[in-house]
Design a protein around this ligand. Structure first.
Ligand SMILES: [Zn+2]
Length: 256
């Protein structure tokens, strides 16, 4: 079983101002040709609606799992989160501080994490952030702070921490409730650099804290899975470890 724990969809198939195809047809075809069993659809409030995600995950419940997203600047955000958590239609919460223009340590983000934790749902917080998104506090320390402030929360940092990937082993060692998705980052390096730069980071964090995802539509689902497999091969990881990264770690977090 393989789950791609990081994909995006949009109603009109357009992905912000890019030429990427984020249509449902493209996603389903890509999963099919890549032998991927399920994908987690991540909306980004307010641009992609939770009810749209609900409608597609209901229609394709064998294939698609939905997270909800809350805009921290929306005064009705927490009410919307409560509605989503109670509905049982969503298995986690997505926040994107950079696109949502909210500082990581903004108190609303804390409240969202708190409520998600009370429903036992993981929160994925985009980690491709800039220093001004963190109220002057080091980005890395902000995530470590969030983790210690909310020890009952399950936090996922996508893209292996983005351009701060080298610091993620420290985040892993100083926290117990942060996991790392490995989406997108592989597409930024060639194989030689991936082996030299990224593999040591994967090794230090450890297979038990890593979650597979692609970041469709910005990367091809099939190509991305191939690169991941090549890297796990290079690392000489046993099948059981790969199975944890491709499937079990995320399943444990969403308790399906
Ligand atoms: Zn993404």
């Amino acid at each position: 079983m393989i789950i791609d724990a990081h994909v995006h969809l949009s109603e009109d198939g357009k992905w912000f101002n890019s030429l990427y195809d984020s249509s449902l047809t493209k996603l389903l075809d890509s999963l099919e040709e890549s032998d991927i069993d399920k994908a987690i659809v991540l909306p980004i409030a307010p641009f992609i609606k939770n009810d749209f995600v609900k409608s597609v995950t209901e229609r394709y419940s064998e294939k698609l799992i939905g997270f909800c997203s809350i805009d921290p600047k929306d005064s009705k955000g927490l009410a919307e989160l409560k509605r989503c958590c109670r509905s049982g239609d969503f298995f986690g919460v997505k926040l994107h501080p950079r696109i949502q223009q909210t500082a990581i340590l903004d108190s609303t983000i804390g409240s969202i994490i708190e409520m998600a934790a009370s429903y036992d749902l993981p929160v994925i917080i985009d980690a491709w952030v800039y220093p001004h998104d963190t109220q002057g506090i080091q980005v890395i320390d902000s995530f470590i702070f969030l983790s210690s402030e909310h020890p009952e929360a399950k936090i996922i940092l996508p893209h292996l921490g983005g351009f701060m990937y080298k610091s993620m082993p420290r985040v892993a060692s100083e926290t117990k409730n942060i996991w790392f998705d490995i989406s997108y980052i592989f597409s930024r390096f060639n194989m030689d650099l991936l082996q030299r730069e990224i593999c040591p980071v994967l090794e230090k964090i450890g297979y038990d804290r890593l979650i597979y995802g692609s970041d469709f539509p910005e990367v091809g689902i099939k190509q991305y899975k191939q690169i991941a497999n090549e890297l796990f091969e290079f690392l000489n990881w046993p099948d059981a470890w790969k199975h944890d990264v491709f499937y079990r770690n995320i399943m444990r977090l969403i308790y399906m």
